[in-house]
Design a protein around this ligand. Structure first.
Ligand code: HEM
Ligand SMILES: *[C@@H]1O[C@H](CO)[C@@H](O)[C@H](O)[C@H]1NC(C)=O
Ligand SMILES: *[C@@H]1O[C@H](CO)[C@@H](O)[C@H](O)[C@H]1NC(C)=O
Ligand SMILES: *[C@@H]1O[C@H](CO)[C@@H](O)[C@H](O)[C@H]1NC(C)=O
Ligand SMILES: *[C@@H]1O[C@H](CO)[C@@H](O)[C@H](O)[C@H]1NC(C)=O
Length: 332
């Protein structure tokens, strides 16, 4: 009894700390009590989406990158613009490019049905990205959950942070370092381009005017270049899409094999083999798929840990912030 009394103040202090920083603590099986079906529901909905359109799972996986790099993994990328807020959907890297938001909506609807107001949109992005990889033949891993959704989004921050397809390896190394991601993490995470597509818009400069030279990127393997020239002629429709690697529906190390043979789609892809600092990892992953999978998992978990420390909520609809009592005061 006296021992319990002695311990109590510590217990109370401990609980207080837990409450204050609750939003920051991520852990596996976060919803095991409040929504035990959460992970299986997300997996089921992703499977459905993939059957409807194979590419959609890649598009959803890309959302994790574009969410987590801009003020942490907080589903800010999912917010629609409002008259008072320019969101991230129309930023330079995202406009006419990010897609499959409706898949996230479907997942959210299914989760709201099973466990109302419980699973955050930020966690949905993390679970769904893992599922995209697992469902296309890549590794499967345990994700940490417990994120909160942002109350705002920033087009400017997205413009400032998200890299251009023209980026070179040096630039990408420095960018990822700002997020505590190593060179190896960066090369492995670029392996996400093992699935999905990119637009001609993203490669026109490298096909016809690399670095203002008036010539194509010399790193392009000639037969692959001819193929891309045909897909993306000068003056053609730049919304036409091409595969990011030779097996765009399978998550494997083909992407790295393609880089070794000069068949990378984006400049930011091919530069990883052209550059001395990253070439070793590209070679390694092209020869050892298991090593790529291990490094990719690690990179995704590290990227998933990024948090802004700002206040958050669990959105009911991933596209809009919840109505707050203070909003009602200003309603006309
Ligand atoms: C290393 C820096 C990166 C750059 C410069 C970059 C750039 C791009 C670009 C330009 C596209 C094509 C967009 C378009 O043409 O509309 C693309 C597609 C894609 N990116 Fe990245 N990306 C990078 C890293 C990542 C990371 C870390 C992930 C995820 C972990 C990722 C996932 C994807 C996926 C899955 C697609 C295909 C999406 C679809 O088919 O809809 N990318 N990326
Ligand atoms: C890489 O890109 C940066 C920023 O665009 C540029 O300043 C730098 O000169 C480039 N480095 C190389 C080796 O091309
Ligand atoms: C990177 O790590 C340092 C040292 O651990 C930490 O202070 C910093 O907040 C981290 N940066 C990010 C973006 O997580
Ligand atoms: C190539 O780019 C350079 C520099 O950006 C530009 O001055 C030149 O007009 C471009 N050439 C063509 C053929 O578009
Ligand atoms: C691609 O399509 C969008 C809308 O569908 C259009 O607004 C845009 O101008 C097109 N972009 C290019 C580069 O052709």
């Amino acid at each position: 009894m006296s021992l319990l009394l002695l311990l109590r103040p510590h217990l109370i202090l401990y609980l207080l700390i837990l409450t204050v920083v609750n939003g920051e603590i991520l852990r596996a099986r976060f919803y095991s009590e409040t929504c035990p079906e959460a992970e299986s529901i997300v997996r089921r909905e992703m499977k459905k989406a993939m059957i409807k359109e194979a590419r959609s799972v890649a598009s959803v996986m890309r959302l994790q990158f574009h969410d987590c790099f801009v003020n942490g993994c907080d589903a800010s990328v999912l917010l629609d613009d409002t008259p008072h807020m320019l969101g991230e959907k129309l930023s330079l890297s995202n406009i006419n490019s990010l897609r499959s938001f409706e898949v996230v909506d479907e997942i959210k609807e299914a989760l709201e049905e099973a466990c109302p107001a419980t699973v955050s949109c930020a966690d949905i992005v993390i679970m769904a990205s893992r599922d995209a990889v697992a469902l296309t033949g890549g590794p499967d891993w345990e994700v940490k959950l417990g994120r909160r959704d942002s109350l705002t989004a920033s087009q400017k921050d997205s413009d400032d942070i998200m890299p251009s397809p023209r980026a070179n390896a040096t630039f990408l190394i420095d960018l990822f370092k700002r997020f505590n991601l190593s060179v190896k993490d960066m090369v492995a995470l670029s392996g996400s381009h093992s699935i999905g597509k990119g637009r001609c818009f993203s490669i026109m400069f490298r096909l016809y005017n690399q670095s203002g030279s008036g010539k194509p990127d010399p790193a392009l393997e000639p037969r692959y270049r001819k193929k891309l020239n045909k897909l993306c002629p000068l003056g053609g429709d730049e919304n036409v899409t091409g595969d990011l690697d030779a097996t765009p529906h399978v998550f494997d190390n083909q992407y790295f094999k393609d880089l070794v043979s000069g068949r990378g789609f984006l400049n930011s892809d091919q530069t990883l083999y052209t550059s001395r600092e990253t070439r070793g990892y590209v070679k390694m992953f092209s020869e050892d798929q298991a090593e790529f999978f291990r490094a990719f998992e690690q990179g995704m978990v590290k990227m998933g840990d990024l948090q802004s420390g700002r206040p958050g909520e669990t959105r009911l609809n991933c596209r809009v912030v919840n109505r707050r009592p203070s909003d009602l005061l200003f309603d006309s």
